[in-house]
Design a protein around this ligand. Structure first.
Ligand code: AMP
Length: 413
């Protein structure tokens, strides 16, 4: 299928061609015609699938005929709500790119920076508004934003939005818009709470599901290193010195872990940036642009800070800490090997993280390649720390596995 088959008009097709897109991605092919029919939708697709264009292009197309309303008279007709500031600004960049040859105006508003310049932009009138929930409600309260004319409401990364505790804000925003609007809900995963939200606000939605690209990507070489927890930093340095080259993201579970690793890598002369929830908006944005402009080739991040951010062309992903939620592993490694390129995912697993490897392998139906040749091997006898819980804590079982299973899985060590 080509973009022309999607019945997009010339100015949009021209911008799409200039962005270097040859053909629509799967999610675009499936969603654009339905969005143009003005139906509500639930789309399950993660970042990297081209999901932003899948709602941006039909929104621009349907507003195009009314683009020439007097500028001051412009009203917000499309509202995109995003959980994070980085994602909001990324969506806005996309809209600006695709609307180059139209007279449609886009604005983005989010917290953490001064509200005054945002008020000025809004007062001039915009067609498309991208916003994080808190700042949007704030501007509405101050009568700067009028949501009475919203025809399309997009909830992007809905699962993250709910994880971040925005449920009440989202419901409130929905109520502030007109009743007759179209609602498009995009989410990487559709857990029960997202389903519940959809049931409460969407009207007879069409569903599109796009397989998580990384789980099946054969272009990602997935390597596993068993290593004592205390040696992880040394192993990471060893890999950076000898094996891993290029543009890299390193995931850590905690903000403290991110900071600690950043300090060590800086001391060792690496060009590193980091993002996590405790950093100010400006600091996060600054770190991201330095990484994207290649002033730094290593970015260390927590999962929440990195979710939804479009970081392309990564050569490698390092799972410094393994995630306890297997889907998170899929999200992380999906950042490499995009668009048919090759990528490598390195996972450093300490004794207490072995169970995570098992659940990850079950989910992706792939055995990670265990690399035994490295300077900090894990003692095969090292026992995982067993977290005793009421459900599983049995006094007869010291470890997780039977002796027979341990023998079979020897390749793990
Ligand atoms: P997204 O999933 O929206 O974050 O998009 C991921 C990346 O894919 C972005 O860098 C887009 O510019 C790019 N992209 C979106 N649509 C296409 C397309 N049809 N062909 C090639 N790249 C695309």
């Amino acid at each position: 299928m080509s973009f022309k088959d999607l019945k997009l008009n010339r100015p949009i097709l021209r911008a799409v061609a200039e962005a270097g897109y040859d053909n629509p991605t799967l999610v675009q092919e499936k969603t654009i015609p339905i969005i143009l029919e003005k139906k509500d939708m639930i789309v399950s697709a993660q970042t990297g699938t081209g999901k932003t264009a899948s709602f941006a292009l039909p929104i621009l197309q349907s507003l195009f005929d009314r683009q020439d309303a007097p500028k001051k008279g412009k009203q917000v007709k499309a509202l995109i709500v995003s959980p994070t500031r980085e994602l909001a600004s990324q969506i806005s960049d996309n809209f600006n790119k695709y609307s180059t040859y139209t007279n449609l105006r886009t604005a983005v508003v989010y917290g953490g920076i001064s509200i005054e310049p945002q008020k000025e932009v809004l007062k001039k009138g915009v067609d498309i508004l991208i916003a994080t929930p808190g700042r949007l409600l704030d501007l509405h309260k101050q009568d700067i934003v009028n949501l009475d004319y919203v025809e399309t409401l997009v909830l992007d990364e809905a699962d993250l939005m709910l994880d971040m505790g925005f449920i009440d804000d989202v419901k409130k925003i929905e109520r502030l818009c007109t009743k007759e609007k179209q609602i498009l809900l995009f989410s990487a995963t559709i857990p029960y709470k997202v389903e519940q939200l959809a049931n409460s606000i969407l009207n007879n939605p069409e569903r599109v599901e796009v397989a998580q690209n990384a789980s099946t990507s054969k272009n990602v070489n997935q390597l596993l290193y068993f290593v004592p927890k205390r040696n992880k930093i040394e192993l990471c340095l060893h890999l950076l010195r000898n094996t891993i080259k290029g543009h890299i993201i390193i995931f850590r579970r905690t903000k403290f872990g991110v900071e600690k690793l950043e300090q060590t890598l800086l001391k060792n002369g690496y060009k590193v940036e980091s993002i996590h929830g405790d950093k100010s908006q400006t600091a996060r944005q600054d770190a991201l642009s330095k990484f994207k402009n290649r002033d730094a080739n290593i970015l260390i991040a927590t999962d929440v800070a990195a979710r939804g951010i479009d970081i392309n062309d990564l050569d490698a992903v390092i799972n410094f800490d393994l995630p306890n939620i297997p889907e998170t592993y899929v999200h992380r490694i999906g950042r490499t090997a995009r668009a048919g390129n090759k990528g490598v995912a390195y996972s450093l697993c300490s004794a207490d993280e072995k169970t995570y490897v098992q659940t990850i392998q079950q989910l992706i139906q792939v055995q990670l390649d265990v690399i035994e040749e490295h300077p900090y091997p894990l003692d095969p006898k090292a026992k995982p720390i067993v977290h005793k819980s009421k459900k599983t804590g049995s006094k007869h079982k010291k470890g997780r596995k039977s002796e027979a299973s341990k023998k079979k899985k020897k390749r793990w060590y």
